[in-house]
Design a protein around this ligand. Structure first.
Ligand SMILES: Cc1cc2nc3c(=O)[nH]c(=O)nc-3n(C[C@H](O)[C@H](O)[C@H](O)COP(=O)(O)OP(=O)(O)OC[C@H]3O[C@@H](n4cnc5c(N)ncnc54)[C@H](O)[C@@H]3O)c2cc1C
Length: 322
């Protein structure tokens, strides 16, 4: 039987959040694939303290929630999200240079845009985040999923993360404590119910010109190798020693469509959603690709994206999360 989530304590939520609380807000506007149904309830947090207070109140009320950064790694079901979507707009960024211990580094609130932080670092003549300039999403989403590109990743750059835990409160975690693996942290793997408030990222002195040149080379590579349009980036993780995109292409699936979603002819690990696409279209394509690649090559592709929200029983049996 599918799990039926407990009803949200709407009256208690209204009295805790007043006019900040919105109901039935379409989440397609808050994900880069532009698909997905409504959040039962919806809150925006504009800074780190507001984010911390919001999730502490939600924990106290027993209201399930999910933090949304830029929604660039989440497939929200067409039936929407049971619970509260917390949109993280905590975006203050501070560069620390000079004599401070560990300097230079950047302290970024978790809702800051990762690429934006990288580009600001370039303007300060600071290197170390060139790999991040082309990755969509927030600092929080990147820390959660160990985002990476162009030979760098969060694991190689993060000094500290400020975490809020329902039992242990605010804590500072070292990079090692996040037990990073390829595109995952222990928060993600173990479903640890903690929220990332901010991150301290190591930098090094350089020149704006050099940093920008490296970023431009990365961006040029990406423009050439990845499609524009609404997507969630790479759909599947690369299996050990191979590439998901290569396997999907070798299976003859480039350009295949389901409903309004297409496997990109540019990069087969990108599924591009057209206007009026649904999460169901994306999910059908995921299933078809997995089955075909497994039949042809004996490789079980693992999702890099997360499926969130309410899915039907057959879907939950296939490993979706709520
Ligand atoms: C065109 C495109 C290209 C991409 N290229 C890359 C790439 O090169 N490399 C790469 O690694 N990824 C890539 N991605 C995937 C995506 O950009 C990353 O996974 C990104 O780090 C997700 O950040 P986000 O803010 O959008 O997270 P979201 O999708 O909003 O959230 C992802 C997960 O993180 C959790 N989360 C978010 N913020 C917090 C927080 N503050 N505290 C606790 N949990 C949180 C969410 O609840 C969710 O479980 C790409 C995506 C697109 C659309």
């Amino acid at each position: 039987m599918p799990l039926t989530p407990a009803p949200l304590p709407l009256e208690a939520l209204r009295s805790a959040f007043g006019a900040r609380l919105k109901l039935n807000v379409p989440l397609s506007r808050y994900t880069t694939a532009h698909v997905g149904g409504p959040a039962e309830a919806f809150l925006v947090a504009n800074n780190r303290d507001e984010l911390a207070e919001t999730v502490q109140q939600l924990w106290a009320l027993g209201a399930p929630f999910r933090v949304f950064g830029s929604g660039s790694n989440m497939l929200v079901s067409d039936a929407g999200l049971a619970g509260v979507a917390v949109i993280n707009r905590a975006a203050h960024v501070e560069f620390v240079t000079g004599e401070a211990a560990g300097a230079p580094y950047v302290l970024a609130e978790s809702g800051a845009n990762l690429g934006g932080v990288a580009r600001k670092a370039a303007l300060h003549g600071l290197s170390g985040m060139e790999w991040a300039a082309t990755i969509p999403g927030t600092v929080g989403g990147a820390v959660y999923g160990n985002a990476g590109a162009h030979g760098g990743d969060v694991q190689g750059s993060l000094s500290l993360a400020e975490i809020l835990h329902p039992q242990y409160g605010r804590q500072t975690w070292s990079c090692d404590q996040l037990e990073y693996q390829y595109r995952s942290s222990n928060l993600k793997r173990l479903h640890i119910p903690a929220v990332i408030l901010s991150a301290q990222i190591r930098l090094a002195h350089s020149t704006t010109q050099d940093v920008k040149a490296r970023m431009e080379a990365n961006a040029a590579h990406r423009r050439h190798s990845q499609p524009p349009g609404a997507s969630l980036g790479s759909m599947f993780k690369n299996p050990p020693g191979d590439y998901a995109g290569r396997l999907i292409e070798a299976a003859g699936l480039k350009g295949t469509r389901m409903g309004r979603v297409e496997i990109s002819p540019v990069h087969a690990n990108f599924f591009v959603a057209g206007e009026d696409a649904t999460a169901g279209d994306v999910w059908s394509l995921i299933q078809m690709v997995r089955q075909t690649v497994e039949e042809k090559f004996g490789v079980a592709l693992e999702l890099e994206i997360e499926c969130v929200g309410r899915w039907n029983e057959a879907d939950t049996a296939s490993g979706k999360s709520h």
